[in-house]
Design a protein around this ligand. Structure first.
Ligand code: MEV
Length: 322
């Protein structure tokens, strides 16, 4: 079942698609090793415009196929033998910030290409977007791409709802389930420190091979499992406790950063809890505000040098634009 989200319909070029970014609340990194994760699609978007061209171009760059791994991977995996296309991408999601800019670009381009080839349903699109992103990054889980395809809050390898779909890579599989939207507003803030998802994922993989790795992974899994339950029943106080615990674990595996810690400290008086979100080692934090103190939280994060955004869940996921 696809939770009533419509398939991407068939449509000829030129066309446009847009996809939300994402924010991981629990379980980043551990999800790569099979633990649960909770992610929601955020209401910041990337929109792509695709038309026939006389060469493959992204934002007018004729070298984009060799320069941009996501664009190359999308063409190689979902536009095989297709005619040259000119793609323009416009985004409000800061890049390399842990907020899903690459997943949003990937899902939007994959949807546009699929529409031009007869349309696609959501489970197949989730699998395809994951393969494109993995083709570019070399590592990772389908959490980001599934979330921008499915919208709302999703649990990967966790939760007790009916699976929306299963994503596969070789003999690995990740089950993706819907979690009810608690309707919360969050504040995310980009530290301005760029980072590489692939490098951070590999570093955490090495850390988890240490003797205490299995215990750490089990604790990541417990926090995410209980966090998914807390969000599903809109238990904000319990979710906040688990957000704090998740940040301690992320520190322990080495992916926090002094700039992220400074942002969390600056926001703390107006926050119930906060943590890094995404691959870490730079990138962004996600903070659950004390209700009514959102504006103060935004001011605090901005004064501390962050680029804050107030976000809530995008419930539609990727879609074509009329
Ligand atoms: C990156 O947004 C999240 C990671 O868990 C990597 C992944 O799941 O692909 C760090």
């Amino acid at each position: 079942m696809t939770d009533a989200l419509p398939p991407i319909p068939s449509r000829g070029l030129p066309l446009s698609a847009r996809a939300p970014g994402k924010c991981i609340v629990f379980g980043e990194h551990a999800v790569v090793h099979g633990a649960p994760e909770l992610v929601f699609a955020i209401d910041l978007h990337t929109q792509v415009f695709v038309r026939a061209g006389d060469g493959f171009r992204l934002n007018a760059d004729p070298e984009a196929v060799s320069r941009n791994g996501y664009f190359r991977s999308a063409i190689e995996q979902s536009w095989v033998g297709g005619p040259p296309v000119d793609v323009r991408a416009v985004s409000r999601i800061p890049r390399a910030a842990g907020l899903g800019s690459s997943a949003a670009f990937t899902a939007a381009v994959a949807s546009a290409f699929a529409a031009a080839q007869g349309g696609i349903d959501r489970p197949a699109l989730a699998q395809r977007a994951f393969e494109i992103e993995r083709g570019a990054q070399g590592v990772g889980s389908p959490g980001d791409t599934s979330t921008v395809v499915g919208g709302g809050y999703l649990a990967i390898n966790g939760g007790d709802g009916e699976p929306l779909w299963t994503v596969r890579a070789g003999d690995r599989r990740w089950e993706v389930r819907r979690v009810p939207d608690p309707g919360w507003v969050w504040v995310v803030a980009h530290s301005g420190v760029p980072r590489s998802t692939g490098d951070a994922v590999r570093a955490v993989g090495r850390r988890l091979e240490q003797p205490d790795g299995p215990d750490l992974l089990a604790e990541f899994a417990r926090v995410a499992r209980e966090g998914i339950e807390a969000v599903a029943r809109s238990d904000r106080d319990r979710a906040a406790e688990l957000v704090r615990r998740n940040q301690e674990l992320l520190r322990e595996v080495g992916v926090s950063h002094p700039r992220l810690e400074a942002l969390l400290e600056a926001g703390a008086p107006a926050a119930q809890a906060g943590k890094l979100t995404g691959a870490g080692a730079g990138g962004s934090v996600v903070v659950l505000p004390i209700p009514g103190r959102e504006a103060e939280l935004v001011r605090r994060l901005a004064r501390a040098g962050g680029l804050p955004f107030v976000v809530r869940a995008d419930l539609s996921g990727v879609s074509l634009v009329e």
